[in-house]
Design a protein around this ligand. Structure first.
Ligand code: ATP
Ligand code: MG
Length: 295
């Protein structure tokens, strides 16, 4: 169940990049405000959106694409991207999402000249954990938690603006329709049990992905296992290896708990949020700046 958007309601603009089987564009959506539907043109607002287009060549996976859209339509959380709806435009299927700037966390972190502080990193980690705790409570699986799928709505570089503010993006095409090679390519984000069998995808897999994302945050957006070939990545999981331990000891410990090869031993996100709060309480130097609401 998802809201249908008419093709006349959207305008496609600049090409932003390629997702897995998708093309991503910026665009605008014309939305009528519900209160004054009869007021005519004056009630129509234009909002900047992102269009994720699954082209006509991929109609075989359109059902899987709609699965992602349906999951995103069930959530409403300040740290999760808003999905306006789905549009069928001729043979294309399109997810219409909130446009979030300055955009992906990994690119942002890699661009920084000055090191990002520990409070900044803790605030991002806590916001992500709270979004995933919300999904956990709803028994919803994201399926591709990684720094590239975290968008910054506010970079928080000016300390008076209340620190960073993130929104978790949609996971894209579910791993159940990816090729074996695409799954292996997603090591070390994809959980080890899912490489063995994609049907093992569960909330526990998001905990592993959260751990990998903590690693990316600690290493300022560096790509884990960047120089490894696919066979080396496969061997990494087969031998139950671990990523290098980050200097930030508090986040490193959390990361290690999440990246347990036994999915049952990974902590609840609720407990992770509590741990982060406790770490901050015990160590005032990492206390995040108070977060005002984003409009
Ligand atoms: P898929 O999830 O289908 O694999 P993807 O969206 O994850 O696709 P990305 O590489 O994350 O693929 O996105 C491509 C580019 O689109 C990103 O570099 C980012 O700049 C931009 N982008 C994606 N979503 C948004 C958004 N909600 N707001 C602004 N820019 C976005
Ligand atoms: Mg994405």
């Amino acid at each position: 169940s998802f809201h249908r958007i008419l093709k006349e309601e959207i305008e496609q603009e600049e090409h932003l990049g390629l997702g897995t089987r998708t093309n991503i564009y910026s665009g605008t959506l014309r939305v009528k405000s519900e209160e004054d539907e009869d007021a005519g043109d004056s009630s129509v607002q234009k909002v900047k959106v992102v269009l994720k287009v699954l082209g006509s060549g991929h109609r075989d996976i359109s059902l899987a694409f709609f699965e992602t859209a349906s999951m995103m339509r069930q959530v409403s959380h300040k740290h999760i991207v808003l999905l306006y709806g789905v549009c069928v435009r001729h043979l294309d299927n399109i997810m219409v999402e909130e446009f979030v700037q300055p955009g992906p966390l990994d690119l942002f972190m890699r661009r920084q000249q000055n090191p990002l502080g520990t409070p900044w990193k803790f605030q991002v980690a806590k916001q992500l954990a709270s979004a995933l705790s919300y999904l956990e409570d709803k028994k919803l699986v994201h399926g591709f938690v990684c720094a590239k799928n975290i968008l910054l709505a506010r970079d928080g570089l000016d300390m008076d603006e209340g620190g960073p503010f993130i929104k978790l993006s949609d996971p894209g095409i579910p791993i159940t329709v990816l090729t074996r090679e695409e799954c292996v390519h997603r090591i070390p984000w994809i959980a080890p049990e899912c490489v063995k069998n994609v049907n093992y995808l569960s909330v526990a897999a998001d905990k592993w992905g959260f751990g990998t994302t903590l690693w990316e945050i600690c290493y300022d957006g560096e790509v884990p296992l960047k120089d490894k070939k696919l066979t080396e990545k496969e061997r990494f999981y087969a031998a139950e290896c671990q990523l290098a331990t980050p200097d930030c000891t508090e986040l490193a410990e959390l990361m290690t708990h999440c990246m347990n090869y036994d999915p049952k031993k990974r902590p609840f996100f609720r407990a992770i949020v509590r741990d982060i709060d406790m770490l901050v309480e015990q160590n005032p130097s990492i206390e995040p700046v108070p977060t005002p609401e984003v409009d």
